[in-house]
Design a protein around this ligand. Sequence first.
Ligand code: 2P0
Length: 353
Amino acid sequence: MAAEQPTATTRPRPGTGSAAGDATAVAHPNIALVKYWGKRDEQLVLPWTDSLSMTLDVFPTTTRVRLDPGAGEDTVTLDGTPLEGEPRRRVTAFLDLVRERAGSPLRAVVDTRNTVPTGAGLASSASGFAALATAAGAAYGLGLDATGLSRLARRGSGSASRSVFGGFAIWHAGQPDRGGDPDLGSYAEPVPVPVAALDPALVVAVVDAGPKAVSSREAMRRTVATSPLYRPWAASSQADLTEMQEALRRADLDAVGEVAERNALGMHATMLAARPAVRYLSAATVTVLDAVLELRRAGVSAWATMDAGPNVKVLCRRSEADRVAGVVREAVRGGSVHIAGPGPGARLLDAAA
Ligand code: 2P0
């Protein structure tokens, strides 16, 4: 618990308005190869299962948090437009948590710039809350290390805990029955991977950049509560994780892809079996899945994964990514295609940047 508490030296002095109360951070989205789907604790954002992801080197989010001693409420803007409703409530609730830990009453001005299509199952909340946790943690002087930051980011959005780290990261669900503080057991950490040997790329096929009909939060809730396939998937996901870690260690891209694809399809199966069903996959998704199958039949290592939306991310070798992107581009017609590699963890920018 000690690491979670601000120290006397890092606690900001209310009313000073110094540079310590102004921080800017950048973070990148991540794509899970073993998915997070379902919470055992909504308040603390504790998942039922461990998950493992690759942080991308595209679509960064940049967030500035500036404490405002004169303000009666937080000001939150996304790409220059004030946030309202549920998205704003999530940010202010997160800032309340930070304020409580910092022992500070100060409101903040939060300015976020996103380069990922928001709400399209491309993990904008992962980069968003990783950047916000990093910037707010610094602005309010929490003095957290990366593990502490991943716990904090988790409270904003589960997948954000993984975007605190670059490359590959595992988010531990934590042990529900071990006693102690459950918050402490659920954090992310880097997974050592021989990246040069694995040579991974994710070809991101944006078939629809519009907002999703059902939020992932609501979809998870419904799946856990009503899907008869949820528990079997959660159990098999734990086995997938073990296999994934071994495949990554051996830099075996085909094994990594095989496990990632089946884990994602299994997750979507749990949603399709929910009552009522949650279906994020569209006809365009299936067209890209067919193209991926064709690539494999032609001897190219290409494997698909989908999140809370119709877009497809195709895992392949970096050396073959242009070819894969060409085939996928043909398949999505009208959509956009991006090639991503492993990206950096969340970091603070210099005040002058
Ligand atoms: C993941 N997804 O592991 C999974 C796979 C989507 C499908 O994490 O409710 O925005 O804020 O904790 O992190 C999307 O869910 O959900 C997600 P909350 P989050 O990447």
